[in-house]
Design a protein around this ligand. Structure first.
Ligand SMILES: [Zn+2]
Ligand SMILES: [Zn+2]
Length: 175
């Protein structure tokens, strides 16, 4: 993150949103400090899939899900870049601030950046709870091709996705 207090504000904001949408407690700390293993020299970007694999392996056992917030530009081979990636129904997901932090904003730059990061974080976490892409463009599970798409969607799940999430959480927490 560009500065320390923004990073703290970001993690606090994401934690608050995660708690609100998923109802689980969150904890923050450094996990993967060196992403060199995922760097693609030809593309000068980081391949997100091997990072997810490593995150899932390194996650503490008590963690139900793990999300990494990174600054580097991420890609998967079929796309020029991604805002994030998730293991569908798995443990790990990742979100990058690289494309979401637009310095051309004059007003509310900070607030807008935080909102975008929250939306993409919830979106990727949603995938780890087995949620697929949603056609409702206001739904947080809507697939966004541009930053404008991200700005357009709300910070909420649509009714349909909310029901799917509750079902999934019920399954996860049933003993
Ligand atoms: Zn998605
Ligand atoms: Zn939806």
């Amino acid at each position: 993150m560009p500065c320390r207090d923004l990073a703290e504000e970001l993690t606090a904001a994401v934690a608050g949103a995660v708690q609100k949408i998923f109802g689980f407690a969150t904890a923050f700390g450094p996990l993967l400090t060196d992403l060199a293993f995922a760097f693609d020299a030809a593309r000068e970007q980081y391949h997100s899939t091997p990072i997810l694999k490593r995150l899932a392996e390194d996650a503490p056992e008590w963690a139900l899900k793990i999300i990494a917030l990174v600054e580097v530009d991420l890609f998967i081979p079929i796309l020029t870049h991604v805002y994030g990636e998730a293991q569908l129904g798995g443990k790990a997901c990742i979100v990058s601030s690289y494309r979401l932090n637009d310095e051309s904003w004059r007003h509310n730059a900070r607030e807008k950046f935080l909102q975008r990061m929250i939306k993409e974080a919830i979106h990727e976490l949603g995938h780890t709870f087995n949620l697929r892409h949603c056609r409702d463009h206001r739904c947080i599970m809507h697939y966004c091709r541009s930053e404008a798409d991200v700005d357009l969607k709300s910070e909420e799940l649509c009714r349909y996705c909310r029901i799917l999430l509750l079902d999934e959480i019920k399954k996860l927490t049933a003993w």
